[in-house]
Ligand binder design. Structure first.
Ligand SMILES: Cc1cc2nc3c(=O)[nH]c(=O)nc-3n(C[C@H](O)[C@H](O)[C@H](O)COP(=O)(O)OP(=O)(O)OC[C@H]3O[C@@H](n4cnc5c(N)ncnc54)[C@H](O)[C@@H]3O)c2cc1C
Length: 455
């Protein structure tokens, strides 16, 4: 039997490990650079409150994923009724916007302006066939300029840190579940209607009313998978950051930051794909040129607040699209599962989008906290005296950024990595895809399937 080395103990890496073991391949080593299991799907406990890295709802219609969730979580699998809002034009409105909010929640001038602009754009689209080459042009051609100016434009600029004209159209196509203002109105009438529209990517649809969630936080999923892997003889090494990978005729030698070497015939990597490319050394083909393409990731600072009252709101999460506010979203975990916090307290996560080592990233935790508290007060979200304590986690690789040249750059890196026999680069960072738990899980299962019984 030959060894399989898995880099990263996030959902993708653990799914691969889990399925390999189920298939009878127990000679597995999972190397994880951090000291926690789960990657982006980790949970953290502070003073009796459980926090996730932002809201994690599992939406899927894939029976293989649903079956697996039942198998691993058993009675701890919750099916939650979604409740989300956004702070828009100075008030809290349901997310997604329903017909009621559009007609009665927004100022008449705004709703009318958006509607007329949408009609005008729809008319233009009939006569002018234009290729949508960016996020901006896609949104304007589907929703009209006014909606873009007041909602999509500012929010997108805040989340991605660059003008939407510099983002690929696919970013809008994949992440905006409804295709135009007409669908917003229809979606408010019935979600079932959307199901008949097979061009919708329903798993991301804000019109999904329910989602799956583990009773003790999203990290419970990774923890149970890791328990299974180690119980069945697989090895998971924490604080083992892979820094170099050498490939020759006998297979792969994977080195951690301590200099320890792990040998294996197959490697499944879930680290960021450009980092994998940089640390690969191919001894049997030294003249092979290692092409360098530029890929960007957006970072997030997560601020966890311990709140000394039973609830802040009854929402799972709330979006804050306005540019003045440094955070993009808040989430409250007690609303996902009541056991996440004691009855008299609650926990909130604030997400601050930024770039690695920019001004926000480098700001001290105390300065960030002051900004957050001041703005949370202004937006009528919470009061300073409700907060007992706060904690900060910085995540460099949160979102792969689909800029205008990412597809070309990714293809070059992918070609290089695919030239290594027995090497699989999967997961959100490993595939450089803006994907969710259900999809990275399937990637892990499929990589394990390709390897088979590792003989
Ligand atoms: C704010 C936010 C909200 C989200 N909400 C949802 C949601 O609602 N629903 C949903 O389904 N999904 C959601 N997601 C996406 C979901 O978290 C990810 O798709 C999933 O967790 C990715 O798993 P992964 O294993 O591919 O990658 P990761 O979780 O990034 O795991 C990769 C692992 O590799 C490790 N690693 C990296 N480099 C090295 C190295 N050199 N050596 C060793 N180890 C290394 C990392 O430490 C990490 O543990 C959200 C993501 C974010 C950021």
């Amino acid at each position: 039997m030959s060894t399989v080395i898995i880099i990263g103990a996030g959902i993708a890496g653990l799914s691969a490990a889990y399925r390999l073991i189920e298939n009878g391949c127990t000679d597995i080593v999972v190397l994880e650079k951090s000291d926690v299991i789960g990657g982006l799907s980790s949970s953290f406990t502070y003073n009796g409150l459980i926090f996730d890295l932002g809201p994690h709802q599992i939406h899927t219609e894939d029976q293989r994923v649903i079956g697996f969730l039942h198998e691993i979580l058993k009675d701890d699998l919750i099916i939650a009724q979604k409740k989300a809002s956004h702070w828009f034009l100075g008030k809290y409105l349901n997310y997604p916007l329903g017909i009621g909010e559009i007609l009665f929640g927004l100022p008449l001038k705004v709703s009318l302006g958006c509607f007329l602009d949408f009609c005008k754009q729809t008319f233009i689209n009939i006569f002018v066939k234009k290729e949508n080459d960016s996020f901006e042009s896609w949104v304007i051609s589907h929703f009209g300029k006014k909606m873009y100016d007041i909602y999509f434009g500012p929010y997108t600029q805040k989340v991605w840190g660059k003008p939407p004209a510099q983002l690929a159209a696919i970013c809008a196509q994949e992440r905006i579940a409804v295709q135009n203002l007409f669908d917003v109105l229809m979606g408010a009438v019935t979600t079932k209607m959307l199901k008949f529209r097979n061009h919708y990517h329903l798993p991301h649809s804000p019109y999904q009313k329910v989602f799956y969630y583990p009773k003790y936080g999203i990290g419970q999923l990774a923890k149970l998978m890791a328990d299974y892997v180690t119980r069945k003889g697989g090895k998971i090494v924490l604080q083992a950051e892979v820094v170099k990978i050498v490939n020759d005729a006998s297979g792969f030698s994977v080195y951690s930051q301590t200099g320890e070497c792990f040998n294996g015939q197959r490697v499944i990597s879930t680290m960021p794909i450009h980092e994998l490319q940089e640390m690969l050394v191919n001894n049997s083909n030294l003249q092979e040129k290692n092409p360098k393409g530029k890929l960007e990731f957006r970072s997030v600072i997560f601020m966890f607040l311990e709140i000394n009252r039973p609830a802040v709101t009854d929402n799972h999460w709330i979006y804050f699209p306005d540019r003045e506010c440094i955070f993009q979203r808040t989430s409250e975990f007690k609303n996902f599962s009541p056991v996440m916090c004691p009855e008299d307290r609650t926990g909130v996560c604030i997400e601050i989008p930024c770039d690695y080592k920019d001004n926000l990233w480098d700001m001290s935790n105390d300065e960030l906290y002051e900004e957050v508290i001041e703005q949370a007060g202004k937006e009528n979200y919470l009061k300073r005296e409700w907060v007992d304590n706060y904690h900060v986690v910085r995540e460099r690789y949160a979102y792969p950024t689909y800029d205008l040249s990412y597809a070309e750059n990714l293809a070059k890196i992918r070609d290089y990595i695919d030239s290594f026999n027995g090497l699989y680069s999967i997961g959100r960072q490993g595939a450089f895809k803006y994907i969710n738990i259900d999809e990275v899980m399937m990637m892990g299962f499929e990589a394990a399937q390709k390897i088979g019984r590792c003989s």
